[in-house]
Write a protein that binds this ligand. Structure first.
Ligand SMILES: Cc1ncc(COP(=O)(O)O)c(C=O)c1O
Length: 367
């Protein structure tokens, strides 16, 4: 808890007392970026059926799950490693760098705090590369190309979240390629966290670049799209040799058998993914429009969350507290470098929940 603020969203029992409020019986949680459609309806039954398998060790290489992911991504199974959520994939990327003797990494900020934690854990120095805010009329955050290429030259690795949590920025693929080419010349790795890529059009995935760049590592999470953060499931993708090095660094059996058995059926449920994209296609523009009409600055987002600021000068801490009093949790930004509490992040949820949020914001604006 940096500055005593909870370091992640989705923790009502922490944030409410922090704001001096009692726990509500009913809280709408906009602070964690999870799919509001909820886990696929067949999932509980599938878990029950898998219970019998708990009396055996899982396959330490999770071969069936890796084959399913490889097929889904058009890769070889040896390019895939199953992980205990995207979080383990982040720490494995840092472990790989440390094993290679890396001493310095760049992190494109503001972003998810775990890249810095993982680098520090492996005694690497971290340099921040700030996304720059465009002119207020555009309101987006952009990565400066010259600085990004310089980071690929000057440090051992660059961590980039795409789409970025919390700004929703999707750094363009051409710039990613130019960074990879610079990295190839200078021996540096580009680690791209695609934890939220499932909420973006499928052709935005960077998977095809793996055929050409062995200095690219992709980190994925299955907990956001499928709403299973409690189960923990993710994976990483890279060149065969890199993935095999990472496999040697991973704790044995880090993914439990119940989660591992879900990989194949989750990937096969293309209808669930299509329904998710259809929901987001309607809800994000609707919510953006409603919040803008209430006088908020809304950063254009390619993901399932929005970053907000008052277009006047009212502090976002006041809105955070007002919402929390009404049983609505938003995500503070105190531990996002460069945002420092001056913004709020909200997940896009169902129309029912989004309408409640808009109403609560309207009440706040009226006070
Ligand atoms: C950008 C990003 N990467 C990775 C993760 C970790 O996800 P998982 O639940 O799969 O460990 C998160 C969780 O919030 C995240 O925001």
């Amino acid at each position: 808890m940096g500055n005593n603020w909870p370091s992640h969203g989705g923790r009502p029992e922490q944030i409410l007392p922090h704001l001096g409020l009692a726990a509500h019986s009913e809280v709408i949680d906009f602070s964690a970026n999870l799919n509001p459609l909820g886990a696929p309806e067949w999932l509980p039954q599938r878990l029950i059926e898998s219970l019998a398998g708990l009396e055996a060790y899982p396959d330490p290489d999770y071969s069936a799950a890796c084959r399913a992911i490889a097929q889904h991504e058009g890769l070889l199974p040896a390019q895939v490693r199953l992980t205990n959520g995207g979080a383990e994939a982040i720490f494995l990327a840092a472990a790989l760098l440390a094993e290679r003797g890396a001493s310095r990494a760049t992190i494109v900020e503001p972003t998810f705090c775990e890249y810095a934690r993982a680098c520090h854990h492996y005694a690497m120095a971290v340099e921040a590369l700030p996304l720059k805010q465009e002119a207020p009329e555009h309101e987006g955050f952009v990565l400066n190309e010259a600085l990004a290429l310089a980071a690929m030259r000057a440090t051992d690795a660059v961590f980039l979240c795409r789409p970025n949590n919390p700004t929703g920025t999707l750094v363009e693929r051409e710039l990613i390629e130019r960074m990879l080419r610079e990295g190839q010349r200078h021996g540096s790795l580009l680690v791209v966290d695609e934890a939220f890529v499932d909420f973006v059009a499928p052709d935005e995935r960077l998977t095809p670049l793996l055929a050409r760049y062995d200095n690219l590592l992709l980190l994925r999470s299955m907990t956001k799209l499928y709403t299973i953060p409690g189960l923990r499931l993710g994976y990483l993708l890279g060149a065969e040799a890199v993935v095999q090095r990472i496999a040697a660094l991973q704790l044995p059996w880090s993914v439990n058998a119940l989660a591992a058995a879900l990989v194949e059926p989750l990937l096969a449920d293309t209808d669930y993914h299509a329904r998710t994209l259809a929901w987001l296609d309607i809800e994000r523009p609707w919510l953006e429009h409603e919040l803008r009409s209430l006088g908020l600055r809304v950063v254009p987002s390619c993901a399932n969350f929005l970053l907000l600021q008052d277009s006047g000068s009212r502090p976002m801490s006041a809105l955070l507290e007002h919402l929390a009093r009404g049983g609505i949790l938003a995500r503070h930004t105190h531990n996002f470098t460069g945002l420092d509490g001056a913004w709020l992040r909200i997940a896009v949820r169902t129309r029912h929940d989004n309408t409640r949020l808009v109403k609560a914001v309207a009440d706040w604006r009226a006070t």
